[in-house]
Design a protein around this ligand. Structure first.
Ligand code: CO
Length: 208
């Protein structure tokens, strides 16, 4: 109960498996990390960044929070973006939402969810901005899923407008911001056709 033995056993077997396929795997990683991707995703346990794109440790720098929100006052998220862009010099920032997101559902509901309602304020604003279009859909799941997509685009726009990304683009650093959505029902990623590589392309973000 106190030591979660099962997880330590799994960890040892996992590390051994990786070492069998590449004996230097951990010693190489210990010297440096040079991921090409920053992943900003939802905390949902069904949406683990590395597994979804079948990549090993060292390949993706990851930030996750409820409903993959990028707020310009969130020091945690902004620090991750700054370190990824300025120190690791990632080439791609991926904002990845997922259909059926509980955070997005909560942002659409009138009821009181406690503290989380504060976190979801910016999602609620996106809902208000697009409410006419969203409420036209008869099915609740479809309404949630449309807001899941619109939220990805809006949060990707927030990444693009961040001072760190703006500065990187001004200095000519190659950096692309992508908006993707993951379907927990079949494990498949969908590109929302959101790819911004310079400030002039921000308007391409759908629904913004
Ligand atoms: Co979610």
């Amino acid at each position: 109960m106190r030591i979660l033995k099962d997880l330590f056993e799994r960890n040892r077997m996992w590390a051994e498996r990786l070492k069998r396929s590449d004996p230097d795997f951990f010693s190489k990683l210990a010297r440096q990390q040079s991921p090409e991707y920053l992943w900003i995703g939802c905390s949902d346990s069904r949406v683990p960044a590395n597994e979804i794109v079948d990549m090993l440790p060292g390949a993706i720098f990851v930030h996750r929070n409820i409903a993959n929100v990028v707020n310009h006052s969130d020091l945690n998220c902004l620090s991750v973006i700054q370190y990824a862009v300025e120190v690791l010099r990632v080439k791609h920032i991926i904002v990845c939402g997922h259909y059926g997101c509980g955070g997005i559902r909560a942002a659409m509901e009138e009821m009181d969810h406690g503290l989380i309602d504060n976190w979801l304020q910016s999602v609620r604003e996106i809902y208000r901005r697009h409410q006419d279009r969203i409420d036209l859909l008869g099915d609740e799941q479809e309404r949630i899923n449309l807001l899941c997509e619109l939220n990805v685009a809006a949060q990707a726009a927030n990444v693009c407008r961040s001072t760190v990304v703006q500065r990187a683009w001004r200095s000519g650093q190659p950096l692309a911001v992508h908006g993707w959505i993951y379907d927990i029902r079949d494990g498949i990623l969908k590109d929302l056709d959101v790819c911004v590589t310079n400030p002039d392309e921000i308007s391409r973000l759908l629904g913004i």
